[in-house]
Design a protein around this ligand. Structure first.
Ligand SMILES: C[S@@+](CC[C@H](N)C(=O)[O-])C[C@H]1O[C@@H](n2cnc3c(N)ncnc32)[C@H](O)[C@@H]1O
Length: 206
């Protein structure tokens, strides 16, 4: 652990993720959440303000100690209880079918073993439960994809693993989760190489 990952990166990440332009995307994504929710890559808890009343408990997992430290400042302000744990999405220490909803926003780009994390997501969801995601990833245009692959080689070293060349929807579907809604678009206010969005939900079949 260095000063960059533990101290500087968490502050920078919190500032960037707090941007006003993200708020409506957070709100429109997590509005589908209900019951017991697991949020992978909890960050500083910026989705908490947007959960609907149908949510009874939020468990956040966050491996970065600096981000956890910033998160605890705000996580007691909500109607529902919030639990924050030091855990990686690749190895979820929960029972099968423990959650009604799993949420991931701007996180699948950074998880080292994404396929393993998605398999774990599926395992901890109840049958019929939903995985809600709002992520950036691989754009459809082959020329842009070339740039995304080049840029990812650099960003993953600087921004704590963040890549921009993952085909998110295909990876979610390959994990055995059935995509029930998917919206792809370029986010406003960011370069096209970093702003191709996959916003959707996928269900664990009953
Ligand atoms: C860009 S931040 C997004 C934070 C938050 N989800 C949000 O919307 O503000 C990416 C997050 O993924 C987390 N992350 C990276 N690798 C992870 C892993 N293997 N398991 C769980 N979270 C991880 C990071 O620590 C960070 O909190």
């Amino acid at each position: 652990m260095g000063i960059w990952r533990d101290r500087l990166w968490p502050s920078l990440c919190h500032k960037a993720m707090q941007a006003a332009r993200h708020e409506r995307h957070r709100a429109s994504s997590v509005v589908r959440a209900q019951g017991r929710v697991l949020e992978i890559g909890f960050g500083t808890g910026l989705n908490l303000a947007h959960y609907p009343a149908s949510v009874t408990h939020v468990t956040g997992i966050e491996p970065n100690p600096g981000l956890r430290k910033l998160a605890v400042r705000t996580m007691h302000e909500y109607e529902f209880p919030v639990t924050l744990l030091d855990m990686n999405a690749e190895r979820l220490l929960f029972d099968e079918g423990e959650f009604d909803t799993v949420v991931s926003t701007w996180t699948l780009c950074s998880i080292r073993d994404l396929d393993r994390a998605l398999a774990e997501t599926r395992r901890v969801l109840k049958p019929g439960g939903e995985f809600i995601f709002f992520e950036h990833g691989l754009a459809p245009d082959p020329d842009l994809q070339k740039w995304q692959r080049r840029i990812s080689r650099v960003t993953k070293h600087i921004f704590d693993g963040c890549t921009i060349d993952r085909q998110i929807a295909d990876r979610v579907a390959a994990a055995g989760l059935e995509i029930v809604t998917l919206n792809n678009f370029f986010a406003e206010g960011v370069p096209r190489s970093e702003g191709y969005i996959y916003a959707g939900a996928a269900r664990k079949r009953i």
